[in-house]
Structure formats: structure tokens, C-alpha cells
Design a protein around this ligand. Sequence first.
Ligand code: MN3
Length: 202
Amino acid sequence: MFTLPKLGFEFDALEPHIDAKTMEIHYTKHHRGYADKLNVALQGQASLLKMTIEEILKNVEAIPDEIRQAVINNGGGYFNHNIFWSVLSPEGGSGPTGIFNTALMSKYGNLEVFKDQFGQAAVARFGSGWAWLVIDEDKKLEIMSSANQDCPLSIGQTPILALDVWEHAYYLNYQNRRPDYIAAFWNVVNWAEVERRYESAR
Ligand code: MN3
């Protein structure tokens, strides 16, 4: 059974950048919904139930046809939000450090260029989806976006920074102003966690 991770902060801790009501509904309804539906889809699937969610999403072709799309949607929804909560923090926003920062700077030149390109990917994602900073097996950094709950793990990429751009992530506070939500996101990014994910990836 896949269960929700405990949030590292209260629902109102990210205000004014992400409001308490959005956080509460997002975590207790949307994220829980993905976890519940993933568990339903996996009922009786003994071999899949022995795997981690990362292993399942890395091997979607091994999922039986009749549940594959349900697992991609709900397993992706479950895992993607786990990452998203982990890279948010009320103490966030400072900026990257260490070897991760060195890699980021060598790719993008400076943090503002990176934020701008990531923001463009997030704005340009039509409809519902995610913006990502990912690394490949050589730890090469790349900005990408995905539709719906499609997970970068399924195309061989390891996500280290995530931004949910489904309307449910921002509509209560920002309505149609996705760019304002994206700009506010940078104030609550937990760069230490992004860095940890970069360093611990193999
Ligand atoms: Mn969401």
C-alpha cells in the first residue's frame, strides 16, 4: 500500500506564496486521490506490489495492459506530488549551493537565466502538467515539462525539482495567472533538497 508522506510544514506555512486552502485541498484531496486510486489499480498485482513507486514508473512497459494507464496516471500523481512537497519549504528561496550549484551555473550561467527558462517551460505546458529539472544517467541537467501526471522516470530522467502547473495547484489564489504562481514558487523552493537529490542520484 502506498501512503502519503508526512508534510514537512503546516498547510499555511508557505503563505502568501501558496495559500493554506490550496495546500490543504491539494494534499488531502488530490494527492490522496492519486494514492488511493493507485492502490486500487495495483490490487492483486503481487509482483508490482513488491516494487517501489520509482521502480514501477521506470518500467511502465512491464505493467499489465489493463492497468497500465491507471498506474501511469495515479502512480505518477502519487510520486510527482511526493517530490513536489519535498522541494517546498517555508525557509526556502535562498538559492542553490555546492556541486549542484556549480553544475547549474555551468549549464545556465546564472540563477536568473535558469529560473527564466524553467518558468517558460512551466508557462508553455498547455493544459495540466508539470515543469521539471531533471538529470540523466550522466547527471546532465535538463529543463523539461510533462503532460498530465506523466513522470520523467518513465523516459529515463530523474527529477530533482518539480513544479505542479495543474490549475488545482494555484487556481484558488492566482486564478488564471499561472505566471504569478510560478514567480511566487521561487520564494519557497527548498534548494537543499534539490541539491540532495542531485547528489544522491546514481
Ligand atoms: Mn497537483
